[in-house]
Design a protein around this ligand. Structure first.
Ligand SMILES: NC(=O)c1ccc[n+]([C@@H]2O[C@H](COP(=O)([O-])OP(=O)(O)OC[C@H]3O[C@@H](n4cnc5c(N)ncnc54)[C@H](O)[C@@H]3O)[C@@H](O)[C@H]2O)c1
Length: 327
């Protein structure tokens, strides 16, 4: 029988790509989103396919979560928990944002899993749990001191998933994403820079001094890695960094790649300082050796992933960027 799975945050950037892949692999998929950031447009192709259903609920509200499940008749095998706040700055300005959308959505997902006897969960965690740490980030490094509420609430989410793995889950996978880029982006540096150009092409403001350097992973590779690992990692609690095999690229090189494609004449204006914003981790180095030992390797380096994502996002936003004014 076809397996039925739940994707939270299904209408978001990564969730919508995951939905497509699960449908391709023959799963029946129920997606849930509150459309705070995601959109029906992101899943428009999936909505035309058999086997996909999209429900609206605020997963930080347990009553709403339970209400929506009253409508789900088929038992759920796995939960892919992708819903969270994805705006780190919003969480710095108001800690309630990450408490609700990053932590409580996880907490409530575990309550629902327990109530309905769902035994397997895959979780979207982040490099932000490691804080501002210059060492090579291997999965077992510690102690961990995140520097944003977002990172803190993701780390707390990992902690309660670990506790659930001890009590009622059969298996959990925690995936620590780096910066993920690609089409249908709802946020992130390339998305932000393109939108700035859409508003004004006379100059491109870039946060920080441009020397921030991070690994970037294309969303297609992220999905590939998660599908690979969930089939092969069979501990009760599995946790992996996912990323490219390099030390990343600078913010300056990303801004230049955006301008090459979208507005070659526009000058860059850096706001200055080594960090882009409060909670920004300006540099990190990621070990993906653990995932490598399982047998997965990325095919794109950060630079290639950036070039591909710039072209894809420009394609989506071309009309807006081309019609923007230059004063
Ligand atoms: N994109 C990245 O670079 C990146 C990096 C590290 C981790 N992640 C994690 O990956 C996951 C997906 O991120 P994304 O980039 O696709 O972001 P996104 O904002 O596009 O997707 C998150 C989705 O969750 C939904 N959502 C948020 N709060 C909700 C709530 N209370 N109830 C129901 N739905 C809710 C949003 O509407 C959105 O559609 C998130 O957990 C994020 O923290 C992303």
């Amino acid at each position: 029988m076809t397996q039925h799975v739940l994707v939270t945050g299904a209408a978001g950037f990564i969730g919508s790509h995951l939905v497509d892949r699960l449908l391709d692999d023959g799963y029946q998929v129920t997606g849930i989103d509150n459309f705070a950031r995601g959109s029906k447009e992101n899943v428009s192709a999936a909505l035309r396919r058999e086997g996909f259903r999209l429900l609206q609920a605020d997963l930080a509200d347990l009553k709403d979560y339970r209400r929506v499940f009253a409508d789900v008749s088929r038992p759920v095998g796995d939960i892919w928990h992708m819903a969270a706040n994805s705006d780190i700055g919003a969480g710095v300005a108001d800690p309630n944002v990450d408490h609700r959308d990053t932590f409580l959505t996880t907490f409530n997902t575990l309550i629902i899993a327990r109530e309905l006897g769902i035994k397997r969960i895959a979780f979207a965690s982040t490099s932000a749990i490691y804080g501002n740490n210059p060492e090579l980030l291997v999965e077992d490094i510690g102690p961990l001191f995140p520097i944003s509420n977002y990172g803190a609430m993701k780390l707390a989410s990992e902690a309660i998933i670990s506790a659930a793995a001890e009590s009622f889950l059969e298996r959990a996978w925690i995936f620590r994403f780096p910066n993920v880029i690609g089409p249908r982006a709802t946020h992130g540096i390339i998305y932000d820079l393109m939108h700035k150009l859409a508003r004004d092409r006379s100059q491109l403001e870039v946060l920080g001094d441009g020397t921030q350097q991070k690994p970037y992973l294309h969303v297609s590779e992220l999905i590939e890695a998660m599908m690979f690992a969930t089939k092969r990692a069979v501990e009760p609690l599995n946790y992996f960094n996912i990323g490219p095999e390099d030390e990343g690229v600078t913010v300056r090189s990303i801004a230049e790649a955006v301008l090459r494609v979208a507005a070659p004449e526009t000058p860059i204006c850096y706001t200055g300082g080594s960090r882009g914003w409060v909670g920004d981790v300006p540099k990190f180095r990621y070990s993906i050796e653990k995932l490598g030992k399982l047998g997965w390797r990325p095919t794109l380096r950060s630079k290639q992933a950036v070039e591909r994502a710039v072209a894809e996002i420009y394609d989506e936003l071309r009309d807006k960027v081309q019609t923007s004014c230059s004063s």
